[in-house]
Structure formats: structure tokens, C-alpha cells
Design a protein around this ligand. Structure first.
Ligand code: S3P
Length: 176
């Protein structure tokens, strides 16, 4: 396998950012979150981009962020925004640039984790119903993107990160 980056995908609340930061520490790599890249380049929050320019514009920025981060010569740990894998171009890029790990959890666990977060525009009309719907709608895209699935329910960040790194070592012992 030619994977270099370790890529985390999954729904909002799956733990991509916190687990990704811990994996980066364990692997002694830099961590990049595509949402944070977008926020840094636009100087706007994700919620502001959705409100002022719409979701389609956000997805375009996300496509660029995914392409840029995949092209990094430095092997990274990458957390993708929850909707990034809906785009087939993103899926193909991520797949050829690294090992893609789907952090999975049932919707009730995701709801408990995201709480009343106002920074996620897609959840503003009710997190529970939206996450239930997105879980069904997006499962095929996560499945298509993922090389590996890690169940995060009932596990701490450290436990999930350790499992992810274990998978990484098993599947990518020859990767940079
Ligand atoms: C989104 C997930 C968010 C962010 C945006 C849209 C989605 O990222 O990209 O609010 O479509 O699932 P997180 O998954 O990091 O919360």
C-alpha cells in the first residue's frame, strides 16, 4: 500500500479532531483538520461561511482544502469535516493519499458528544434528528471511503487513538 497520510473520517461528534490530535502525538506527526484550514484561509468560521456564502461554497473550499492537505509532502494525520467524503473527488484523493479510517458511533452517542454546539450549522435545527438522518444518508459514502472502521462507542479518546494507531501499524508498516 502506498499510504502516507493517516486520514480520519466520520460524522460530526465521531471524535475526528480529538482522536486525530492524539494519533498525531503517538505517531510524532503534524495534525491537520480540514475545517481549521478553511477557517484559517478565509478568516471566517464554518458557521459564517454557511450563513453568508452557502453550503455549496463551503464544499468548494473543502474540496480545495482536501486537495492541498493530500498534496503535503510531509506525512500527516488528517481529520476531514464530516461531509467531505460525500464528494467522489475527495474520496478518491483521500484514498490514494493515505489510509482512511472511519470513526463510527451510533447517532445517540454522536448527539451526546456534540451537545448544543452552535459552531456546526447543519445541526442548528435539531442535532438528534439531523444526525440520525445523516447517519443513514452518509453511511454508503463513509463505507466507500474507508479502508478501516473503528467503533468509538463506549471508548475514550486514548482508547480509540490506540486502536487507530494499531490499525495503522498493521496496514501501513511500510508507509512513511
Ligand atoms: C459538516 C461537518 C463539520 C463541518 C461542517 C459540515 C458535515 O465538521 O465541516 O459543519 O457536513 O458533516 P466536523 O465533522 O468536524 O464537525
Amino acid at each position: 500500500m502506498s499510504a502516507r497520510h493517516l486520514v480520519l473520517v466520520g460524522l460530526m461528534g465521531a471524535g475526528k479532531t480529538t482522536v486525530g490530535q492524539q494519533c498525531a502525538r503517538l505517531l510524532d506527526r503534524s495534525f491537520v483538520d480540514t475545517d481549521e484550514t478553511i477557517v484559517a484561509t478565509t478568516a471566517m468560521t464554518v458557521a459564517e461561511i454557511f450563513a453568508s456564502q452557502g453550503e455549496a461554497h463551503f464544499r468548494e473550499l473543502e474540496r480545495r482544502a482536501v486537495a492541498d492537505v493530500c498534496a503535503s509532502p510531509e506525512p500527516l494525520v488528517i481529520a476531514c469535516g464530516g461531509g467531505a467524503v460525500l464528494d467522489p473527488e475527495n474520496r478518491a484523493r483521500l484514498h490514494s493519499a493515505g489510509l482512511v479510517v472511519w470513526l463510527q458511533a451510533p447517532p445517540d452517542v454522536l448527539v451526546a458528544r456534540v451537545g448544543n454546539d452552535t459552531g456546526r450549522p447543519l445541526l442548528r435545527n435539531g442535532g438528534a434528528a439531523t444526525l440520525e438522518r445523516l447517519a443513514l444518508l452518509r453511511a454508503p459514502a463513509y463505507e466507500a471511503a474507508a479502508d478501516v472502521i473503528v467503533d468509538t462507542a463506549g471508548r475514550s479518546i486514548d482508547e480509540v487513538a490506540a486502536l487507530v494507531v494499531e490499525q495503522w501499524s498493521d496496514q501501513c508498516h511500510t508507509c512513511g
